[in-house]
Design a protein around this ligand. Structure first.
Ligand code: SME
Length: 137
């Protein structure tokens, strides 16, 4: 289900806050399951424009999280075969699923220009955040 307008504004604000507060978060955005289709559609984001507005399930880090239902931390994107490059500056990525009523409805995706930047605290904070988001959408 895609978020309503009000929710979109909240998600946009969350992207802005994360982007402002954490220096090594260099692209922060949301993807959501596109209706009944086996694909993700780009939601609110902060960062460079991306060609990847639609991502089929299974493709890239995001598409893999759409089917694994688990957080995927990538310290070095160059080590990944199944990866969709948005920017040549991106060195690392973390994708955390948003699980609502047991269903994987979307995810938060963060790219970093730093190598291996994400801490255990980042992961815990993002997983907490996605739990909170699941309650309001
Ligand atoms: N790198 C992602 C694609 C989305 S962009 O990072 C915004 C992936 O491999 O799924």
């Amino acid at each position: 289900e895609s978020p309503t307008h009000n929710t979109e504004a909240k998600l946009q604000k969350i992207c802005q806050l994360l982007d402002q507060e954490i220096s090594y978060f260099n692209w922060t955005g949301f993807y959501f399951k596109n209706g009944d289709k086996e694909e993700l559609i780009l939601g609110p984001y902060v960062g460079a424009e991306t060609d990847h507005t639609i991502i089929p399930f299974g493709k890239g880090i995001c598409g893999q999280v759409a089917v694994s239902n688990e957080t995927f931390v990538v310290p070095d994107v160059h080590d990944q075969d199944n990866y969709l490059s948005c920017s040549i500056d991106t060195k690392a990525e973390i994708v955390v699923p948003i699980i609502k009523n047991g269903e994987n409805i979307g995810q938060i995706d963060i790219d970093s220009h730093s190598l291996d930047p994400f801490t255990a605290e980042d992961r815990e904070m993002l997983e907490w955040l996605c739990d909170e988001i699941a309650k309001i959408i």
